[in-house]
Each structure stands twice: as structure tokens, then as C-alpha cells.
Design a binder for this molecule. Structure first.
Ligand SMILES: CC(C)(COP(=O)(O)OP(=O)(O)OC[C@H]1O[C@@H](n2cnc3c(N)ncnc32)[C@H](O)[C@@H]1OP(=O)(O)O)[C@@H](O)C(=O)NCCC(=O)NCCS
Length: 182
């Protein structure tokens, strides 16, 4: 696939060189605050490989983010199929696509996630012809929800849900859902 370009960023497939800086992010408690735990190197590598496999299989996914001429890897942004079951998830053969982002801590506060996500949405509603894209995150993750709101995504609190892959009673169980259409 051709990388997506924005004013400051490149959204591209993953390379082997991305795995090390991604592992550093995955081991950072601040980056992983709204996930169940930080990741070991092996766990982080497995996540990166899974994200790259989605791109290879479907032609889109959570792309690696590069700042050309500045930093070869600062995190990821993109879209992927939702694979767990929840009230908002379409039943096969229909599929639900989510948009998401994760940046290294030193890259927060510069608008990169929103800039990359705008390019991903344009790709989703343009070439991919998706009818709708959702985003979800732990109710506590206000920073990520701000990205969703900046993109023009909207939340109906009636659609808040308990994430099926998070154990009952866990502080991250409750999730919010945002939606956007072309
Ligand atoms: C969620 C996450 C990607 C948000 O990053 P972020 O930097 O806050 O979001 P953006 O890239 O949209 O940047 C917006 C901020 O950059 C500022 N900014 C600075 N320069 C800017 C520019 N040129 N253009 C736009 N915004 C700019 C904005 O004012 C805003 O600042 P504020 O947070 O003080 O209001 C980041 O916190 C993260 O990686 N968290 C950990 C992983 C995670 O939780 N992912 C989501 C799971 S669902």
C-alpha cells in the first residue's frame, strides 16, 4: 500500500526497526495507563506483528507513524476490524471498523494523533468506502476522547459498554463509544 501523507506525518506499514521504539512505548506506564498493564518486549513485538499482519491482509490497519526527517517512529494511528463482541459490533458478514492511536509520551501535545487520524478517516470514507467508523476507549481515558471529539466523532452515553476482554470489576471495564459517518 502507498503510505498516507499529511503535512507533518507519514502513515506506513511497520518495519523491523519499529519494534524496538514500540517496545519502549509499551513499557512506559504513562502511555499504558488506560490499558491493563505495560508490555514486555515479547508482548509488544506480538502486538506490532499483529498490527502489521492486519495491514498485509486487509490493505489498511494501525499504521506506523513517522515524522519524516525528524523521527522514524513515534507510534501508530489507523483503522482495524473489531474482533470482540459488543452491542455496537456488526454481525457477520457485516464488519465494524474502529479508529485508534497510541503515541510515545514525548510526542503528545503536538496534534499528531488528530492529524494522522484525519488522514485515516479520509482513507476510510474515501478509497475504502466505509459507511461508519467507531472509536472506543476506557471511560477514564479523557485524552483519547478529546481526539475523538476533535475529529467530529460523537458519543451517546447510552452506548457506553463493558469491554468483554477486561475482567469484571477492573478499573478499565467501562468503555465509551464514539461514532462518525462520512
Ligand atoms: C491518546 C493520545 C494519542 C492523544 O495524544 P495528544 O497529543 O493529546 O492528541 P493530539 O495529537 O490530538 O494533540 C492535541 C494536543 O496538541 C496540541 N497541539 C500543539 N500543537 C498542535 C498543532 N500544530 N496542531 C494541533 N494541535 C496541536 C493541542 O492544543 C492539544 O493540546 P492539549 O492536550 O493540551 O489540549 C496520547 O495521549 C496517547 O498516546 N495515549 C496513550 C495511548 C492511548 O491511550 N491511546 C488511546 C487508546 S483508545
Amino acid at each position: 500500500m502507498t503510505p498516507l501523507k499529511t503535512e507533518r506525518l507519514l502513515l506506513r506499514p511497520w518495519t523491523d526497526d519499529d519494534f524496538e521504539p514500540f517496545a519502549a512505548m509499551s513499557a512506559d506506564p504513562e502511555v499504558m495507563e488506560h490499558f491493563p498493564s505495560t508490555l514486555t518486549r515479547a508482548e509488544s513485538d506480538a502486538v506490532a506483528a499483529r498490527l502489521q499482519a492486519h495491514i498485509e491482509k486487509h490493505g489498511f490497519g494501525f499504521w506506523a507513524l513517522e515524522l519524516p526527517g525528524v523521527a522514524p517512529f513515534i507510534g501508530f494511528t489507523g483503522m482495524q476490524y473489531v474482533t470482540f463482541d459488543a452491542p455496537f459490533v456488526a454481525q457477520p458478514p457485516a464488519r465494524t471498523v474502529e479508529i485508534g492511536w497510541r503515541l510515545a509520551r514525548e510526542r503528545w501535545g503536538k496534534g499528531y494523533a488528530t492529524e494522522a487520524a484525519r488522514a485515516a478517516l479520509a482513507h476510510g470514507f474515501g478509497p475504502l468506502g466505509l459507511p461508519e467508523i467507531v472509536a472506543f476507549t476506557a471511560a477514564t481515558n479523557t485524552r483519547s476522547q478529546s481526539v475523538m471529539a476533535r475529529l467530529g466523532m460523537t458519543r451517546d452515553p447510552a452506548e457506553d459498554f463493558d469491554h468483554p476482554n477486561v475482567e469484571d470489576g477492573h478499573r478499565l471495564k467501562r468503555h465509551v463509544l464514539y461514532r462518525i459517518r462520512p
